[in-house]
Design a protein around this ligand. Structure first.
Ligand SMILES: [Zn+2]
Length: 136
């Protein structure tokens, strides 16, 4: 996972995540021209540090691969998920629970026997790609 301190290096350099190393290098040199403390003493060096760190992480293929997988996990975790409590579902049939998706579709959760939901489960909308996390 990205920790809170690790910024999105692609954003820092202003490049697309699929940018090749030549584009990344060009973006870095362009930003370094602007932000290097030797070139511009009025700019605080934090910005240059950020740019340098981003470039270091993205210009080395193995560091970049490691960063990309952390970034992917973070993005996945962020888009994941609205957490909905089971009590917000409507039980329309015995042990069959429904919750309306914002697309107009439905999340359906069937619970076998009378057991309560034991742990959180991911439920897919029946009409779109949204998933929610249903908590007991
Ligand atoms: Zn939906």
């Amino acid at each position: 996972m990205l920790n809170e301190e690790e910024p999105d290096y692609y954003e820092v350099l202003g490049v697309e995540p699929k940018a090749d190393v030549k584009l990344i290098r060009a973006a870095y040199y362009r930003l370094a021209q602007t932000f290097h403390p030797d070139k511009n003493s009025s700019i605080n060096s934090d910005q240059f540090q950020r740019i340098s760190k981003a470039y270091t992480a993205l210009s080395d293929p193995s560091l970049r691969a490691a960063y990309d997988s952390r970034r992917f996990l973070k993005i996945t975790a962020d888009s994941f998920l609205d957490k909905i409590s089971l009590s917000e579902f409507e039980e329309r049939e015995l042990r069959l629970f429904y919750y309306s998706c914002r697309c107009g579709g439905l999340f359906q959760l069937g619970l076998i026997d009378d057991s309560d939901l034991q742990s959180s489960v991911v439920v897919n909308c029946d009409s779109c790609s949204i998933q929610i996390l249903v908590e007991p």
